[in-house]
Write a protein that binds this ligand. Structure first.
Ligand SMILES: NC(=O)c1ccc[n+]([C@@H]2O[C@H](COP(=O)([O-])OP(=O)(O)OC[C@H]3O[C@@H](n4cnc5c(N)ncnc54)[C@H](O)[C@@H]3O)[C@@H](O)[C@H]2O)c1
Length: 267
């Protein structure tokens, strides 16, 4: 298994699906990868930490080569990313949008027959207004190296870091649809999960950031009335990555306690 992003969501999914496997965990912050590797190895898993930058194709390739030393790669969990309060617009686009596209492309080349992957998108992608069919297709199908030159991703068309994040997450969903066709030729599946507010260091940065009150209000007023946990995201990942999900590919699974429903149609 390749796990990118040694955060709470990634670790929860790896713990659910990665028993008995060699797990390569890549993170830009090597100390995060080492911490997750130690926590999981102390709990009976077999994890190797590596330093990896999702926004850098060469770095992704190095991680894949490291994983291939141990055999065929059968699972991908992509849970690396930066949030609107953690990074400027350019970094959000480079990591969350471009980096995810490159990872899905590179993994599509090496995933073993019958392999499965999930990438973590966000409810933010669901909240943004619909794009035109042409823009959707551009996000889905433009070669990864040309993505950041698309007109809708130019600075004059992006209001703020939240808008950049929404565009990145919408792109993740579209990319997964397009990639699932290629993965399917190998009998492999790829889906995305769009979590709502899940308590992790990334979400805590948001609670303490400029939109903190907005987010706290969002989960207080959503049907679930609370934020979610990484283990609840792992519940969805287990469905998508196990044989129970064999008929699910190219899909996006919104798991947000009803926050998106409430945003559009609630009080
Ligand atoms: N927590 C939430 O409420 C929430 C909601 C929706 C979506 N998400 C998404 O879930 C994913 C995982 O986030 P999390 O909440 O588990 O956060 P987290 O902070 O626990 O983990 C994210 C990890 O990604 C790593 N990372 C950041 N930039 C990187 C890069 N360029 N290359 C490699 N690693 C990098 C960080 O160092 C960190 O270890 C992100 O894509 C995030 O956008 C989170």
């Amino acid at each position: 298994m390749i796990l990118t992003g040694a955060g709470q969501i990634g670790m929860a999914i790896a713990r659910r699906m990665g028993y008995g496997m060699k797990i390569i965990v890549g993170d830009k912050k090597q100390e995060n990868a080492q911490t997750v590797a130690k926590t999981m190895n102390d709990a009976g898993f077999d994890v190797v930490p590596v330093e990896m930058d999702l926004s850098d194709r060469a770095s992704i390739r190095r991680m894949i080569a490291e994983a291939q030393k141990y055999g065929a790669i059968t699972m991908l969990v992509n849970a690396a990313g930066v949030s609107p309060s953690q990074a400027p617009i350019e970094a959000i686009l480079k990591v969350d949008l471009y980096g995810t596209a490159v990872l899905l492309e590179e993994m599509g080349r090496v995933i073993a027959p019958g392999g499965v992957g999930v990438t973590i998108s966000s409810q933010s992608g669901h909240r943004m207004k619909q794009l035109t069919p042409e823009e959707d297709e551009q996000l889905a199908c433009t070669p990864a190296e040309e993505l950041l030159a698309l007109p809708l991703l130019q600075p004059e068309n992006i209001r703020d870091t939240l808008h950049a994040y929404q565009l990145a997450k919408r792109c993740n969903e579209k990319r997964v649809m397009a990639e699932s066709v290629k993965w399917g030729a190998k009998g492999a599946r790829i889906n995305s999960i769009s979590p709502g507010i899940i308590v992790t260091p990334l979400a805590i940065d948001e609670f303490n950031g400029p939109r903190g009150e907005f987010y706290k209000n969002m989960f207080a007023k959503c049907p679930a009335g609370r934020p979610g946990t990484a283990d609840e995201v792992a519940n969805a990942a287990e469905l998508l990555m196990s044989h129970k999900g064999d008929f699910i590919t190219g899909a996006d699974f919104l798991i947000d306690g009803g926050a998106t429903a409430s945003y559009f149609y609630g009080p």
